[in-house]
Design a protein around this ligand. Structure first.
Ligand code: F0G
Length: 465
């Protein structure tokens, strides 16, 4: 296979030193962190691929814009800079800043959901799922079946299966469905995109049924880039035009701006009508702050206003997507199973296929995390049974998720292709010794809140027979 390297479309102005901890330090860190990747500290890590959230590098324009931050409590200039960007880039009239994406979810779900409600999704991410549970409601996954087959190279594995969506509406009744939500890209299913055609079909169903349609738009620019590359009808459009066309399908969006919008902290809700805007505002004041800053400093709003414009830069996106695919190519050469095609923000290793001798209930994705860390001081995150298993309410039995993945999330504009080679080669080294990895994990502590186990769990390895 020929590896395709796309050179970085930036040069490095400020250096952030990192060190490589030695083997003894790594073992100590694992023990102190209860074998949970969230328990490791920055000092323990050489390359940190835990998440692509808030970990990217800002541009020199964004750093310069921080100085323009207007810190007025209400009606700051910086809020209007954000409002202008949102109107021009995304086409929404109303914006509510929040401190990050889950805060936007708290406002939307806390305002619109009640106990017993249902939210049809393609597939929600962990915190989104937890927020819906927290309201006494339930998400229903309506993603296409291909999403569950890591080897299928379906170009839009984030798509909603329209038949499943219609069945869900019919089975539960639209009175129990205050909104439909689609995540772009589908993070839990491997960073896979949703096609424009599919968004238009969901929109048609939502309009017909009179149900508001929301996007969880954390990775909307990567999604638009994939549409340009893979959806024939859109090949002649710019990424910016495609993004607008995606937004035209929906009534509102929640956004973790720590992803595609290129800031280290921030979130927002954007909507079209005064009615929806007014409905959401009281909860903003309760949980975030006044409605023109929503938990952010004025300078954060300035950086975000620019990040929203920078995220559609096609040279940047081409490099980003190619860099993730490059990691995929190195793994492919080494025979490592991962979710195909490569995602927009991450490679998701198929931990069930990597460590087939470890039963899913003993958390193979998290065992893989420990071994990759041991090998190379690289941190990723397990997205399998530890994150997504639920308990059957009647029998108390553990219900396992269909996918057992381990994610290596690529930070935006942060690591070079040479870092990526080191990561790929290290994972291949672990793959070569996979048969000697013969232990599982047990949970010795878990928080008593549904959906949050993996963040706070204490784990302990035990030998498998
Ligand atoms: N929606 C999606 C699709 C996400 O991936 C995340 C966060 C959120 C919402 C919540 O946003 O973190 O700003 O509160 N995902 C991170 C991750 C944390 O690692 O994938 P947040």
């Amino acid at each position: 296979m020929v590896r395709k390297i796309q050179p970085e479309p930036f040069r490095i102005k400020m250096v952030e030193p990192v060190t490589v901890p030695d083997q003894a330090q790594r073992e100590d860190a694992l023990r102190k962190g209860h074998f949970n990747m969230f328990g490791l500290t920055s000092r323990d890590i050489y390359i940190d691929l835990l998440t692509d959230s808030g970990t990217g590098a800002m541009s020199k324009q964004q750093w310069a814009a921080l100085m323009r931050g207007d810190e007025a409590y209400a009606g700051a200039d910086s809020f209007f800079a954000l409002k202008d960007s949102v109107r021009e880039v995304l086409g929404f009239e109303y914006v509510i800043p929040t401190h990050q994406g889950r805060a936007a979810e708290n406002i939307v779900f806390g305002t619109l959901l009640k106990k017993g409600d249902i939210v049809p999704f393609n597939m929600p991410f962990d915190t989104t799922r937890a927020h819906i549970f927290n309201m006494g409601a339930d998400p229903v996954d309506c993603v296409v079946d291909d999403a569950f087959d890591p080897s299928s190279d379906h170009p839009f594995k984030g798509d909603v299966d329209i038949g499943k969506l219609e069945d869900t509406i019919r089975n539960y009744g639209k009175d129990r469905i205050p909104l439909i939500m689609v995540t772009v890209t589908n993070n839990s299913g491997g960073g896979q995109p949703v096609s424009l055609g599919n968004l238009r079909s969901v929109s048609a169903v939502a309009k017909r049924e009179g149900i508001p349609f929301f996007l969880d738009a954390a990775r909307m620019a990567e999604n638009a880039y994939f549409i340009k590359a893979r959806e024939k009808e859109c090949a002649g459009m710019s990424v910016a035009q495609i993004l607008r066309a995606m937004m035209d399908c929906v009534d509102a969006i929640t956004v973790s701006c720590k992803k595609d919008p290129l800031v280290n902290i921030g979130g927002m809700i954007c909507c079209r009508t005064e009615d929806m805007y007014q409905k959401l505002l009281p909860r903003v004041i309760l949980y975030e702050g006044f409605v023109t800053y929503g938990g952010l400093a004025g300078r954060d709003l300035e950086a975000l206003a620019l990040g929203l414009r920078e995220m559609t830069d096609e040279q940047y996106l081409a490099h980003r997507v190619a860099q993730v695919a490059y990691l995929g190519d190195i793994l492919e050469e080494g025979g490592v199973p991962y979710v195909k095609p490569a995602g927009g923000h991450a490679i998701f290793i198929d931990a069930a296929a990597f460590l087939p001798h470890i039963p899913q209930k003993h958390y193979p994705a998290d065992v893989l995390g420990i071994e990759i860390y041991r090998e190379a001081a690289i941190r990723g995150i397990g997205l399998g049974a530890l994150a997504f298993a639920t308990e059957d309410e009647k029998s108390g039995e553990m219900m396992l998720p269909r996918l057992e993945l381990f994610r290596l999330a690529i930070n935006r504009r942060t690591y070079t292709n040479s870092h990526i080679e080191y990561v790929g080669e290290s994972v291949v080294n672990v793959f070569k010794r996979k048969d000697s990895i013969r232990y599982g994990l047990k949970v010795t502590y878990a928080p008593p809140v549904k959906g949050l186990h993996h963040f706070l769990a204490h784990l302990e390895p035990f030998d498998l027979k």
